[in-house]
Design a protein around this ligand. Sequence first.
Ligand code: ZN
Length: 394
Amino acid sequence: MTKKIITLNEVKRNNLRSVLDLLLRSDGLSRIEIAGKLGCDNTTVSRAVKELIDRKIICPGSKNGSSNGRPRVALQVNPGGPLLLGIALEPDGISGVLTDLKSQPLRVEKIRFRNCSDQQEYLAAAVEIIEKLQLAAKDKVAGIGVTVFGSYHGTDAVLEKAAALPILNGLKLRPFFSRCTTEEVIICDHSVALATFLTRREAELTTGDVMLINAGKGLGVVLLRNGKKLFNRNNHGGEFGHIIRMPNGPKCACGRQGCLETLVSTPAMLQKYQELTGKSISLEKLASEYFSNLPDAEKVIAPAIDILGTAIAEQLNNYPVDTLAISGDILKFGTAFCKRLQKSITTSLFSLSKENLKISFPEIDSADALAIGASMLAAENYVSAFDRITDSGE
Ligand SMILES: [Zn+2]
C-alpha cells in the first residue's frame, strides 16, 4: 500500500519537473504545446500546470496568437516566484547574482581585489555580497550555487590547488557557505558553471554528444550527452589543463611540470610574451598585436595553437563526439586564431573522430556568466528536489 502511494507521488513529481524544465527553456508555451512536446495527454499536463500555478512557480502569460480560433495562453515561469543566488569566486574578486528561476539576473553585486592576501578578508567579501543579495530577495531565496577555481573534494568540498590565489587552499567550501543560508549549497567548478550557462543559450549543445572546452586562465573540459553532463563528479569537470605536455617543462601549480596550463593558458602566454620582449601587457593588448600580425605576438601564439590543437584532438580521439565547442577568454584572439586552432585540431584527428564532427566557438555574452551558471545549477537542484515542495504541500 505504502509503496503504491510513493510511486504515484514519484509520477506526479516527474510530471511537474518535466513541465517546468520545458518552461525554463522556453519563452512561454501553451498547455497543448507542452503536451505535444512531452508526448502525454492534456489532463496530465493540466494537473501539473495547476499545481505549479498554485505554488506560484509558473503563471499564465498574456493571450497571444490563436489556434483554431481560440486565444493561446502561454504559460511561463513566474518572474515573482522563487529566487536563486549564484556566487562566482575568482582570484581577483567575487561576483554575485540574484536571479529568478529562469536565471534572469535581477541584481548583481561585485567586489574586486588587488592581490588579496588574507583569507578572512576574501571570505568577508563573499558574506557581504550574499547578505546584500538575500536582503534584496526578501526571503524568496530557494537555493544558492557557488562556483570556484582550483580543485575541491569530499563532502565538505575542501579547496586545493587554487594556484591563482593559494590563500584559499584548505577552505571547507560547503560548511562555510552553509552558514550563510538555510538552503542546500551547490558547489561547482568554473568549467561546469560555464557549461551550464552555455547549454541554456546554445541549443546545439543540448543534442548528441558534446565536448565543451573552456580555455582561458585555466583549461577545463566538460562532456555532455543530450544536455546532461557526464563524468562530472561533484560538479567538477575534468582536469584538461593538467595533462602533461612537456615532462621537464615549466613548474605547474599542481606540483608537477609541463602541464598544458603552463603552456597555453592565457597567463602562460602573457608570461611567455614578457620573457620574449621584457614587456608586461594585458590579454587585450596581446590579442590586438596578434590581429596586427606583429611578430612577437605571433611567436607566442602560433606554438600555443599547435600544442592546444593537438591536446584537444587527443581528447576527441579518445572520446569521439558529435560537437566540439571551444569557449572562454581564448576567443579574444579572434576568428583567425579559431580557424588556425580548428585546422590544428583536425590535422591530428583520426578519421572516425573527424566524421560528422561539428566545431563551434560559442561566445560567452555576459560578464556574469560564471555566477549565472552557478545560479542555474542551484535552480536545477531546486527543480529536481521537488519532493520537499510537493510533500510539504500535502
Ligand atoms: Zn598541473
